[in-house]
Design a protein around this ligand. Structure first.
Ligand code: AHG
Ligand code: MN
Ligand code: MN
Length: 340
């Protein structure tokens, strides 16, 4: 559910108009969002011709998470970091592809940016939708001190903006600064992101569940029972629900935003804390979904209220339409009590 804009407006125009509504704004956050928009256009261009420019396949190395690094992961990482570095307003970047913090040229810059430069890496080589995710914080005022990793350990409620770019059948950039969610579609013929959906709202209830069912045997009892509930026939509540799982969180979340339903990446034997990263996957997508009227929890607590202890930590996530997420939480609570 969205409101369609009645006139053509580019991402850059939209950002400036939004900034003008705040008379004291310095324009730095606007510049930062435009930098990300520019990097997204470059990444989108390369994604579209990756098969002919030797950008498919592995780089041969592994990242801090032990995952094989693809050439496009590194290309996207470099593009986003150099776009942020150019404008001298970001002091540090934390990225999935870098073990520690990345200090940028502007040590005094106000903003800290978290990046999942390329989300859905396993889908790169098979021409399935992939994305980029970003999350923006303000550096806390301790300018006397050297910039350290702890400066970046802020809960998701402190995000000043967050968003994603989806390189799908079209390229879409969606972001929020805490005043609703806006989405822009890239028109490749003019190289501009054009506003396509203003004030995105997620359906209150949806008929799609999205989870990698391969780990079913090691899930908590409450989750097993919730997924069975989704599969039981009950026309009054639209069940059985449809199962959809792309394997790129950005793509699964974009579908969830548009059509409603629930996306889950739970704790399992292989991933006791879930697989997805709190700071550059779960928090930014939680901010988007909450701004659209949805919910995001770790099974119990709100994702955005978790106090991070390290920059690459993982967390289980249940995210999507408010009714679906609340129902999943009820199952988890009920059967956790019985297990105890
Ligand atoms: P990334 O490519 O940035 O490492 O993220 C991959 C993530 C996420 O996009 C997706 O939801 C999930 O991994 C899929 O994991 P499974 O293959 O375990 O389902
Ligand atoms: Mn990812
Ligand atoms: Mn990634």
């Amino acid at each position: 559910m969205t409101s369609k804009p009645d006139k053509l407006i580019t991402l850059d125009e939209y950002i400036i108009q939004a900034q003008n509504k705040f008379p004291g704004a310095t324009g730095e956050l606007s510049q930062l969002l435009r930098d990300i928009g520019l990097a997204a256009k470059i990444i989108s261009r390369e994604v579209n011709k990756a098969g002919i420019t030797n950008l498919l396949g592995s780089d041969g190395s592994s990242n801090i998470h032990g995952e094989s690094v693809k050439r496009l992961d590194l290309f996207a990482d470099q593009q986003l970091i150099s776009a942020l570095d150019r404008s001298m307003i970001t002091c540090m970047v934390i990225s999935e592809e870098n073990d520690g913090i990345v200090r940028l040229n502007s040590e005094g810059g106000k903003y800290i940016v978290y990046l999942d430069p390329l989300d859905g890496s396993s889908n790169i080589d098979v021409n399935v939708s992939i994305g980029s995710i970003f999350s923006i914080y303000m550096r806390q005022p301790r300018f006397d001190k050297k910039l350290v990793e702890e400066d970046a350990l802020q809960p998701g409620t402190r995000q000043v903006a967050a968003g994603y770019v989806l390189y799908g059948s079209s390229t879409i950039m969606a972001y929020t600064t805490g005043l609703g969610v806006s989405a822009f579609t890239l028109d490749p013929s003019i190289g501009e992101f054009i506003l396509s959906d203003d004030d995105f709202k997620i359906p209150k209830h949806g008929n799609i569940y999205s989870i990698n069912e391969g780990s079913y045997n090691s899930w908590a009892d409450g989750l097993k029972r919730y997924i069975k509930y989704c599969q039981v026939e009950d026309p009054d509540t639209g069940r059985p629900y449809t199962s959809r799982y792309i394997g790129s969180m950005v793509a699964d979340l974009h579908r969830t935003l548009v059509k409603g339903g629930i996306f889950i990446y739970p704790a399992s034997k292989r991933y006791p804390n879930g697989k997805l990263r709190l700071m550059y996957e779960c928090n930014p997508l939680s901010m988007i979904i909450e701004q659209a009227g949805g919910k995001a929890i770790d099974g119990e607590k709100r994702i955005m209220e978790i106090q991070p202890e390290s920059i690459h930590e993982r967390v289980p996530i249940y995210i999507g339409s408010p009714d679906n997420v609340s129902m999943a939480a009820e199952f988890l609570a009920k059967y956790a009590m019985q297990e105890a």
